[in-house]
Ligand binder design. Sequence first.
Ligand code: HEC
Length: 153
Amino acid sequence: MLRNTRWIGRTWPVLALAAVLFTPAALHAEAVEQLLIATMRSMAAAMTEIDKFGKAAGDQPLPVDSARKVVVLAKTIPGIFPPGSELEELPSKFDAPTTTWDDFERFLDAQKKLVVETSKLFAVVNGGDKEAIARQMTVTRQACAACHEKFRN
Ligand code: HEC
């Protein structure tokens, strides 16, 4: 009897996890999550490349490809959340609280702002002025943080 109880105790969480993982809604949330994290990491990596250019001495090729990548990825963010996606299913590296579908408008506002700032970043990167690039990098990072912070409050 005791042995049986222990068996149930160990198996129950596995069954619960399986139930969560194999419902269609959860599968969708997982796909959203993976795509979002991949997108975010790629944007962060491209931003790091632009930073490296800013800090490097001498003549370096302009990080035009990285700058283009950030704009392109910023534009894909709404597509990662088709209607019905639940923002509350997202992981929260930044300790964002669970959000509801009602927050989607706020989310899109933050995303639009990012597209504006990354487009400006693309323009200054093409210009090659390191000071202008550094300034626009700061503003762009604020646009990143604005979204991360909004979803924390
Ligand atoms: C429109 C909203 C929004 C904008 C703008 C935004 N992010 Fe995110 N980001 C999120 C959400 C939502 C998450 C996942 C939830 C969390 O981690 O709290 C996330 C997570 C991340 C992560 C963590 C990924 C991981 O490894 O788990 C990184 C890194 C990141 N974002 C970088 C950036 C960078 C860089 C920018 C600006 C170029 C940016 N984000 C702009 C919404 C946004």
